[in-house]
Design a protein around this ligand. Structure first.
Ligand SMILES: C[S@@+](CC[C@H](N)C(=O)[O-])C[C@H]1O[C@@H](n2cnc3c(N)ncnc32)[C@H](O)[C@@H]1O
Length: 237
């Protein structure tokens, strides 16, 4: 994708790289509490805030994005964090990936299923839920109809400021939609955390509001020492 067609080139080219360098909070909580080995896939990885956290936690990570500038920034950040040897970058459309069943211990898709048409998002969902290992983790974040940029109620009636990159979001998720995907029997997932929420965002462009749905899940039947986010009722030492 050339600079002129890459909707995110300028956002990732800045000194103050868009979306910051802190990983998504629920993902971060998982990485602190789980055993992080094997292969991970970061879909729509952007400039890599989640990729770097996955690699530092111990995974061998493949970061997939359409933005060459984003992937360059990921390689720079990986080098600075001494995890370049744990990283592969792939300039590709997530819709073109053919994933082997049972092949990834962790799959992250932070705001990418909402950047592709609804029927494509459903196909990618099937692909990624099949690709998780028996002890695999899935983290997904999508923009929801509560977002002021959605053009759909209730976001439509919100007069809060809209994100500078809202034009790239074309598929706003309805209330409970991501939850119903996650609880469908064929997804074979167990939900650790699901939330629909509003977020004020100061990580890029002028102050703006997002409406999001957030899912952290593991393969059904997989149980480990998960104490929530934030950790609730820790054992006294
Ligand atoms: C809002 S950004 C999120 C970036 C990153 N996940 C984060 O949270 O920091 C969405 C990213 O998805 C990428 N993207 C959009 N459509 C894509 C597609 N069909 N295949 C691969 N990447 C895509 C964009 O280039 C962009 O980097």
């Amino acid at each position: 994708m050339s600079e002129s067609t890459d909707l995110f080139h300028e956002a990732y080219d800045r000194d103050d790289i868009a979306y910051g360098d802190r990983p998504s909070a629920a993902l971060s909580a998982y990485l602190q509490q789980a055993q992080c080995t094997g292969s991970a896939l970061d879909l729509g990885a952007g400039a890599g805030r989640d990729t770097i956290a996955l690699a530092k936690a111990g995974y061998d990570v493949t970061s997939v994005d359409l933005s060459e500038r984003g992937l360059e920034r990921i390689r720079q950040r990986a080098e600075a964090n001494h995890v370049l040897d744990k990283l592969q970058t792939q300039l590709a459309d997530v819709r073109d990936l053919v994933l082997e069943p049972n092949s990834y211990s962790a799959i992250v898709a932070t705001t990418v299923l909402d950047h592709i048409p609804a029927e494509d998002a459903a196909a990618v969902w099937l692909n990624i839920t099949n690709a998780l290992t028996d002890q695999g983790m899935l983290y997904v974040e999508v923009h929801a109809t509560e977002d002021p940029g959605s053009g759909i109620e209730p976001g439509l009636s919100t007069d809060a400021p809209v994100s500078e990159t809202a034009n790239a979001v074309i598929n706003y998720f309805a209330p409970n939609q991501l939850a119903s995907w996650a609880t469908a029997e064929k997804s074979r997932l167990r939900i650790l955390r699901y939330e629909e929420r509003l977020e004020w965002d100061y990580t890029h462009g002028p102050e703006h509001l997002h409406g999001k749905a957030i899912l952290l899940a593991v393969r059904a039947g997989h149980h480990f020492q998960w104490h929530g986010q934030p950790i609730a009722f820790p054992r006294k030492s």
